[in-house]
Structure formats: structure tokens, C-alpha cells
Design a binder for this molecule. Sequence first.
Ligand SMILES: NC(=O)c1ccc[n+]([C@@H]2O[C@H](COP(=O)([O-])OP(=O)(O)OC[C@H]3O[C@@H](n4cnc5c(N)ncnc54)[C@H](OP(=O)(O)O)[C@@H]3O)[C@@H](O)[C@H]2O)c1
Length: 336
Amino acid sequence: MPGIAVFGAGSIGCYLGGRLAAAGSRVVLIGRPYQAAVLAEQGLTLSDYEGYRSRLDPDRLMFSTDPGAAAAADLVLITVKSGATDSAARALEFFLKKNAVVISFQNGMHNLALLQQRLREQTVLAGMVPFNVMQPAPGHFHQGSEGDLYVERSPLLTPFLPDFEAAGLPLTLVDDIVPVQWAKLLLNLNNSINALSGLPLKTELSRQPYRRVLAAAQREALALLRQRGQRLARLTPVPTPWIPSLLELPDAVFRLLASRMLAIDPMARSSMQDDLDAGRKTEIDWLQGEILRLARDQQAAAPVNARLLELVHAAEQGGRRDWSGEDLLTEVLRTR
Ligand SMILES: NC(=O)c1ccc[n+]([C@@H]2O[C@H](COP(=O)([O-])OP(=O)(O)OC[C@H]3O[C@@H](n4cnc5c(N)ncnc54)[C@H](OP(=O)(O)O)[C@@H]3O)[C@@H](O)[C@H]2O)c1
């Protein structure tokens, strides 16, 4: 049986690694001492919005705080936040097997290149996690929304496909992952809005003023991507470029037409809110920051995304995190 290592045992790492282990795969989770202590005490509980639930007792878990624990792995999943990618690659470069396959299951557009720069003897592939994972309690990881995992197609993935199938996490393989990554990034522009609202995702997305902020941020990004000739994958029932028009609809119509977008656990929040709660640096520079880089490359402006980025940086320093939709909309539109 191929060995799987998960580097970055947080929400996504513990959920993906835990589900693979629960289905019988040989998995080692690599993460921080605090997570090791929690899992050694509580074990790992996994659940999803459709009623899946499983539990791994501590003696069924392999957890290490040492990157060297990935040395025997045939497949390595990278699940650290984007700001930690370079240090993850540095930590792993001297340990990994030469023919190991590495999948980045991270958001953002630059993780793949960063990993490939250091992990030159391995095959590094980009993946995408479409769903939200939250931690309702220490040691409990809950998938709060739908979607299958995406990974760029490679024949080297073949030995691992049965592991993901058995875990109930089948991989959708695509020839070109970049349109998938950009389409996901457009959806992730909501992470900042959610974090600034302080509300659960479902409550926030049920309110038109917040959706109008998201629509404005997406329209800016879509214009820049169109200018660049970038193709976008369709990850939602409607094509990606139509999403802003859907978001701008009045609440009752939105609820009717976009019920799939609201098929989120009532308590699910963006992980950016968790980062702010924990006093950690957020991933904003790899989400809204990507749109600002696009704008800079095209000598254009992206004021809505720029303001959201500033507000999240301010929130990281203790600034406001209880923005009403109306206030946030006024604030971001003022800058245009
Ligand atoms: N959470 C979601 O719902 C979700 C959904 C889709 C995609 N994603 C993407 O998935 C990626 C991971 O997100 P996440 O929410 O799972 O993040 P997370 O909960 O912060 O998990 C990452 C974990 O990796 C640990 N870590 C970082 N560097 C490490 C190192 N050198 N050695 C050992 N452990 C290390 C972190 O510890 P410290 O915090 O102590 O550094 C943290 O425990 C991000 O790119 C995110 O955008 C997340």
C-alpha cells in the first residue's frame, strides 16, 4: 500500500488525511506540537454536511512534528497556508523520495511554482479543495459544503486513485488546472468579506449588501482576467462570469435561484475568520493580493480588492471585524 504524508495538519490536512486513514490508507499527518497534543488526547473526529461521521482513536493515528516523517511517503499532500509554502518546501526538500508525487491542496496561484522550485526531483501537481472545512471542537474537522477535489492530470496519480475513491473523496482530474484555480480564487474573494463580517458564511451570503461587495470584487477581477485572455472553469451551476449578476439579486430571488451557493452548514465560516481569531496572519496577500498583482501587471487599478486587502490587514492588527454589509459596501465603493 502506498504511503501518504500530509504536510500541514490543520483543517484541510486533518480532514483529507483523516478521511484517507479512516478508509484504510497508510497516512502520516505532519504538523505542530499543539495539534499533536490535541489528537493524542481526543483522537480525530471527521464529519460532513451530509451526515458522514467517523472517529480515529489516538492509537490509529500516525502524527509527527518532524518533516522527516514524509521520507517514506509515495504521495505528499501540502496543506499549509500559502504564507508557509516556502518553509514547507525547505523543510521537505532533503527528505522526500525522488519519485514521490506531491499535490498542493492550497488556494492561491503561486504555491505550485514555489514548491516546484525546491522539490525538483519530485513531481509536484496543483490540486484544489472546493469545500469548506471547519473545526467545531478540538480534534473535530467538519466539511461544511459540497464539491469534489480537483488535481491536474498525471499518470503518476493512478496508484493513489483507489485511496481517494475509498475515502469518499474522488479526484476530478483536469488537463489544465489554471482555469480551475482562478475560478476558485474568484469565489475565495469572499473570504475577506466573511472575515470582516464576523458572521457565518451562510448568514453573510444571505444578505445582499455583502453579496454586492463580493460582486464588485469579482467584477474587477473578471475584467482583468478577460483582458489577459484567461479561461475560467465552471465550478458552480452558473458559468463563473455570471456569478456577480446572481450575487446582486435581491435576497428572496437569490435564495430561490442560488440555493446551491447557500448549501453551506449554518455554522461554517471562512478560515480567514479563524486566522483572525487566532491572531495569525491571513492568506489575504495570496487572494485579493493576486488580483492586485494582475492589476499591476496590466497597469490598471482594482480599488475594491485593494480596500478589502487593507481592511483585512487592519483587522490583523486588531481593527474592525464586525462590518455590516451596508457599511462595507459604502466603504469599498467609496474608493472607486
Ligand atoms: N479551511 C478551509 O475550509 C479551506 C478550504 C479550501 C482550501 N483551503 C486552503 O487550504 C490551505 C490550508 O488551509 P487550512 O485552513 O487547512 O489551514 P490551517 O488550518 O492553518 O492548517 C495549516 C496547518 O499547517 C501548520 N503548519 C504550517 N507550517 C508548518 C510547518 N513548517 N511544519 C508543520 N506544520 C506547519 C499550521 O500551523 P501554524 O498555524 O501553527 O503555522 C497549521 O496547523 C490554504 O491554502 C487554504 O486556503 C482551506
